[in-house]
Design a protein around this ligand. Structure first.
Ligand SMILES: *[C@@H]1O[C@H](CO)[C@@H](O)[C@H](O)[C@H]1NC(C)=O
Ligand SMILES: *[C@@H]1O[C@H](CO)[C@@H](O)[C@H](O)[C@H]1NC(C)=O
Ligand SMILES: *[C@@H]1O[C@H](CO)[C@@H](O)[C@H](O)[C@H]1NC(C)=O
Length: 193
């Protein structure tokens, strides 16, 4: 044994170094597998987060935030103040431009909320905060077929009802109502990016 080493010391050393190299390669493979597994788990979490339209979280300041796009307020304000709060967050009041969007918002609220629809500028001409008309978006979800909204009811507020909400006080949460812009309601902001 000793003579072998003395005669050719490079042989066991090279075997040893091959073993060391092999072992560290094996360790690298194990590490890569673990890393890969962790990355996959992270990817799955991210994927479900972005695919899952239901992914909404309550933030520390009481807002419910859905995918960083929609913000449901905890506080109540009149319509213009609500809009100001949205704008101060780099957003605006929400615009509803599809049945899917309508259904999603309805599924998230438990009481009436202001949305970004109004006829403040011209009575009867309803526009979204981005100036799109209902004809342009092609969808509207006003309450009722007999007692139809919008009705610009003037009993409560002589200036009429120029701001729209999703739902009313009576819990008809899946349709739109025009209301006095002075009413205090929760509201939904939408980030535009
Ligand atoms: C956000 O909400 C989703 C489901 O709505 C939940 O799976 C996830 O853990 C929440 N994330 C945080 C950071 O709370
Ligand atoms: C919408 O129209 C008003 C004037 O009618 C204008 O002041 C405002 O900048 C317009 N907003 C957008 C987003 O185009
Ligand atoms: C809305 O509320 C703000 C702040 O509370 C107030 O300054 C403003 O006059 C109100 N506007 C209307 C139309 O009620």
């Amino acid at each position: 044994m000793f003579s072998v080493i003395r005669d050719c010391p490079c042989v066991p050393i090279s075997i040893l170094s091959v073993l060391i190299v092999f072992k560290s390669m094996a360790q690298i493979v194990v590490c890569m597998e673990r890393e890969c597994h962790e990355l996959n788990a992270k990817f799955d979490r991210l994927k479900s987060y972005f695919n899952d339209g239901q992914s909404c979280n309550l933030s520390v300041d009481g807002w419910t935030v859905c995918r960083g796009l929609l913000y449901f307020s905890a506080e109540k304000h009149n319509w213009s103040k609500s809009r100001d709060v949205c704008v101060s967050k780099g957003a605006d009041l929400v615009t509803i431009t599809s049945q899917n969007e309508q259904d999603f918002l309805v599924s998230k609220i438990k009481e009436t909320h202001w949305i970004g629809l109004n006829d403040l500028e011209t009575e009867g001409r309803w526009v979204w905060v981005n100036n799109q008309t209902l004809e342009e978006t092609g969808v509207e979800f006003w309450f009722g077929s007999v007692q139809k909204e919008p009705d610009n009811w003037k009993v409560q507020d002589p200036s009429g009802e120029n701001c729209a909400s999703l739902g009313d006080r009576n819990g008809n949460l899946h349709t739109w109502f025009d209301g006095s812009c002075k009413q205090q309601k929760k509201f939904i902001c939408e980030n535009k990016y």
